[in-house]
Ligand binder design. Structure first.
Ligand code: MG
Length: 349
């Protein structure tokens, strides 16, 4: 017997977050709880992205149908059957599916009395550091934000680009954080030829890689950039679900996988292994999301080359505790000490 419920939570972002497509001041997440009637509750959350056709309203509209599948199967360990039945009822809406999958995974791990990463046998010492994202702003503000992030101990910064002053921004950020490992994300803002010019200039500032230089709608452009770029190329908007992995294997060096794009931990794990099989490096990213969602991604961190799991760090405050994340890394082994299995618990509970 499983009981389910969900609620919408409005999470103010500490500093309005801007990328080449627009600005966001609040993150609307949907938190799902699944209880087994004997005191264990699994928690998960959806962070819907309008870019992938979802909103808080679309998640709210489909969650009752997805959760009725969970209740009718009634077993948190029957994730394969529940996933198949969920997809039969609602084919798309990946963030809504992810929230349910995370909450079920959390409940299954809690019933077994281990954190998720230990259920999978993963090595907590193999987690890469997460990057901290510097959103678009005036060049001076981006310089200040980069200096503040470096002061706070973040050694890896991901800089949003896609403006008419990209080279000025990267010079200012490099100046403010001379020792940081820099990555950049254009969110598809460049044309292929512009991307080559930009990436040539970025290479002079010791940038590690470039994410989504051209729009996902231009796969030939992505290959054109990949074949000419002096820096590795990561595919994010071009790499959404499992079939995209082989499709980007000759167009990118790195697959950026997100639970909210692919529909949860099960699909994300399949994408990670598919990416490895196609010779891609693996990055796990996030939306702006509460720990009730992002903690799940953190449990996969030992499988990654690159982590971009700073969504909760960008919030003014997060009502959910999760995996401790800071400039030193993603601290999975801290969960054993706290006895916190699975994903987030409310801080005030
Ligand atoms: Mg991206």
């Amino acid at each position: 017997m499983l009981d389910t419920e969900f609620e919408r939570v409005s999470l103010p972002i500490s500093d309005a977050f801007t990328i080449s497509r627009g600005t966001q001041e609040t993150a609307e997440n949907l938190v799902v709880r699944i209880s087994d009637g004997s005191g264990a509750t699994g928690v998960g959350a959806a962070a819907p992205s309008p870019h992938y056709g979802e909103s808080a309203a679309t998640v709210e509209a489909v969650l009752p149908a997805l959760l009725s599948v969970v209740e009718s199967v009634g077993d948190p360990h029957a994730r394969q059957r529940i996933e198949r039945d969920r997809k039969d009822v609602i084919a798309d809406n990946p963030a809504a599916h992810a929230a349910v999958d995370i909450a079920l995974s959390d409940l299954a791990a809690k019933r077994l009395g281990v954190p998720l990463y230990r259920k999978w046998g993963l090595d907590p010492d193999a987690t890469p550091m997460t990057s901290f994202t510097i959103g678009l702003d005036s060049t001076d503000r981006m310089r200040e934000k980069a200096a503040a992030a470096a002061d706070a101990g973040h050694e890896v910064l991901k800089v949003k680009l896609g403006t008419d002053r990209d080279s000025e921004i990267i010079a200012a950020v490099r100046d403010a954080a001379p020792d940081a490992r820099l990555r950049v994300d254009a969110n598809g803002a460049w044309t292929p030829n512009e991307a080559i010019r930009q990436i040539d200039a970025l290479a002079d500032h010791d940038v590690a890689f470039v994410e989504q230089p051209v729009p996902a709608a231009d796969p030939d452009g992505l290959r054109y950039v990949y074949e000419r770029s002096p820096l590795p190329v990561a595919a994010d908007e071009s790499c959404v679900t499992l079939p995209d992995v082989p499709a980007v294997a000759d167009r990118a060096d790195i697959a950026n996988i997100k639970l909210m794009k692919c529909g949860g931990l099960g699909p994300a794990r399949r994408m990670i292994h598919a990416a490895r099989a196609h010779g891609l490096e693996v990055m796990l990213g996030c939306m702006i999301e509460t720990n009730a969602a992002i903690a799940a991604a953190c449990h996969l961190a030992p499988l990654l080359d690159y982590a971009d799991l700073d969504g909760s760090l960008l919030l003014e405050s997060d009502p959910y505790a999760g995996v401790p994340v800071d400039g030193d890394g993603i601290h999975l082994s801290a969960l054993d000490d706290r006895g916190l299995a699975g994903t987030g618990a409310r801080r005030d509970e």
